[in-house]
Design a protein around this ligand. Sequence first.
Ligand code: KMH
Ligand code: ZN
Length: 303
Amino acid sequence: MKSAPVPACDHSDMAVAGTLITVAPTGAETAKAAAPALPVTLAELVATGQACAAAGAALIHVHVRDSNAAPTLDPGRLRETVRALREETDLLVQLSTGGAVSDPESARLAVLDAEPDSASLSCGTVNFGDDVFVNRWPFMVELYCRMQEREVVPEFEIFDLGHVTAMSRLIDKYGPPYGGHRHADLVMGVPGGMPGTPAALVAAVAALPDGTSWSATGIGRATLPVALAALSAGGHLRVGMEDTLSFVPGEPVRDNTQLVERAAAIARLAARPPMSPDDARTLLGVKDRRPALVGGSARRETP
Ligand code: KMH
Ligand code: ZN
């Protein structure tokens, strides 16, 4: 499939000016009964987005749940969720195309119909606890090319070192992503993936294509070590109840806001304060789909 023309801009020089904080508030793996603060309804998700934005988040990585709080890729719910988050918050809206390990490829591809600003693109198959998270190369190609056509910015999800090679291969063979910039997210400490250690982080970052900005998140007890290593290595942060349910060992997370507040605090300590959503739009090169735009330009209409 041929790639769509994209603007040739690279904002990698801005990557360390501030810290892009992504909140991944829900995920597909945790049951509401196990973590009552997990946002599973649209109202809970919007309230979480608003609180996390106030605490310093600029981007929300979204998985939606059905009326029984089970993970779903229902197209109507995805559309409604994107619309509500766009109307009620200033956050960049990223939909998960990873879904749950049981989701079929067709439903994962159809996520793009909801017209998010960004979508995740997992860069390879990985053991995922007792399960396998399957990402076949032809599926990755199809997803990547559809993102180019739909003008959706991919976030390359890296669960293992070899996934960086697959990311480079996608770009080399099919051209740059929409927006012209590359952004990866290192998801570290999944049982079956790369460990959540500074050594693994440094190795993965060294392998990224030049000019790639990157975030990192550590699963479970890897959360804090990965966040601190990422900041010291010039990366951005993803936090949230998708990735951890403990604030510190033995202390359950109060809610997503608590994790964003901590991320913002350590980012300020590192003299790289949280980036605004507008700066994040510029960094990632997203198409501005917010309501009240002037003729589709990337600026809000002034009153
Ligand atoms: N829930 C995992 C199987 C993504 O959002 O793109 C996949 C996942 C990755 O969470
Ligand atoms: Zn996810």
